[in-house]
Ligand binder design. Structure first.
Ligand SMILES: Cc1ncc(COP(=O)(O)O)c(C=O)c1O
Length: 424
């Protein structure tokens, strides 16, 4: 056997314990399926490409390449483009009332990198991380690499439940656990679609103060609101400077730029910048320059208004179709912003069992258990409404409704014909 073949057999044994723990994301696997012809995908959290401001980006790229190419194509500072960083801070101070003092900002290659860097700088094996249950799979995956214990805190329609949070902190501390941070998506949650109420936001900060816990506030969707109801960011209410705020251009401009930022206590951000040096040296300098110009030329707010209107309309198309085609047993939130509807079916339905039928019908969604660390959520699914066309949404929901009804009928028959429990 050739030497190269003999080596291949051992590669898996050579992977680090850390790499062995890495698991491909369900969503990425599903996204591969969505490339199939005729597939209607509600699976990814993809913005609508028709809303990409291609003309403005082209104009800016031309200007940069003709006037500033040598700077924009060179390596940059790990912390990021200085002008972009200053503009982002100014926007947060003016729009959200965040405080610049004591905080610093780091441009990252997507918020996903911000999550990974937080894991890198804080987590030792068996440290404890608190997350909402359900939570963003990308965050769970990023933290898991550092081998912490991840504790899920139940949510309801007002976000993370504070009674459960208090209980969990008590339980963890009583068992000697070392809580390193709490991760939350307070506004237009992925996947739950809900937002944390103001009262809960205040209470969360009080609890964090009382127990001295760092908070990661992940906010990719906060600007995508469909109503006049606004929520202050946790960072804007962060009196004792314990919140690391993660923002991104992925959902508000384009995800392909891989341009995002972490804004938080100087000591944390400086450490993240050092960790970033060994990860990728710096974020894409060209897209940072484009993002800066996009904001500086005042295009961003007009664009945000356009995508808010588009996504609001798409959410309505999906909800109207759900009212028409879904069985009454399916429960869901009506989105006030963001990109997702979270659907709950009766407990005895496992939505993974429906996946082969869904693929046959050329429909993709993400099964709910992908968003839990404990195998919960088997009866739930996340649907994205921003990417598909209106016609696809209507047709896709119709097909999904049919599959749900078939599945419900199967479980009803099974329950009907099952023998009575032995103890009766
Ligand atoms: C809650 C949440 N955080 C972070 C990310 C990652 O965003 P980025 O494209 O900035 O890496 C996503 C992407 O879907 C997300 O939903």
């Amino acid at each position: 056997m050739p030497a190269s073949r003999a080596m291949v057999r051992h590669i898996a044994d050579l992977f680090s314990d850390r790499a062995k723990l890495m698991k491909g994301s369900d969503i990425r696997e599903l996204l591969k399926l969505t490339q199939q012809k005729d597939m209607i995908s509600f699976a990814g959290g993809l913005p609508n490409p028709q809303a990409f401001p291609v003309v403005e980006i082209q104009e800016i790229c031309n200007d940069i390449l003709s006037k500033n190419a040598y700077y924009a194509l060179q390596y940059g500072a790990t912390e990021g483009n200085q002008k972009l960083r200053e503009l982002l801070i100014k926007r947060h101070v003016e729009k959200d009332g965040m405080k610049a003092e004591g905080n610093a900002i780091l441009i990252t290659s997507g918020s996903q990198q911000g999550l990974d860097l937080m894991g890198r700088v804080f987590l030792n094996k068996d440290d404890v991380v608190l997350v909402e249950a359900p939570s963003f799979t990308g965050a769970i995956g990023a933290f898991r690499t550092y081998r912490p214990t991840i504790e899920g805190i139940w949510m309801d329609e007002n976000g993370m439940r504070m009674d459960v949070l208090r209980e969990t902190i008590k339980h963890v501390r009583n068992h000697g656990g070392n809580i390193k941070f709490l991760y939350t998506i307070p506004t237009f949650h992925n996947p739950a679609g809900t937002s944390m109420s103001l009262a809960r936001r205040k209470e969360l900060l009080e609890i964090a103060h009382e127990h001295d816990i760092i908070i990661i506030e992940d906010d990719p969707y906060g600007e995508l609101r469909f109503t006049d109801e606004t929520f202050p960011t946790l960072k804007s209410m962060d009196k004792d400077n314990r919140v690391v705020y993660l923002g991104t251009f992925s959902k508000t401009l384009v995800p392909g730029f891989r341009c995002a930022w972490a804004f938080g206590p100087e000591e944390i951000i400086n450490k993240m910048a050092i960790a970033k040096q060994s990860a990728d040296l710096c974020t894409n300098t060209f897209t940072q320059a484009v993002a800066y110009e996009y904001m500086f030329r005042g295009y961003i707010d007009k664009h945000l208004n356009n995508i808010r209107a588009l996504y609001k309309q798409k959410a309505e198309v999906m909800i109207n179709a759900m009212k028409k085609y879904f069985p009454e047993e399916a429960k869901y939130n009506v989105p006030k912003g963001g990109m997702f509807v979270w659907v709950r079916l009766p407990k005895d339905i496992n939505v993974r069992d429906m996946v082969p039928r869904a693929i046959q019908e050329k429909i993709a969604y993400v099964p709910g258990d992908a968003f839990y660390t404990t195998g919960e959520g088997k009866n739930c699914m996340r649907l994205n409404y921003t990417n598909a066309s209106d016609e696809q949404i209507e047709e896709g929901i119709k097909r999904l409704g049919k599959i749900m009804k078939e599945e419900l009928a199967k479980t009803k028959t099974a329950n009907h014909t099952a023998p009575p429990p032995a103890s009766v």
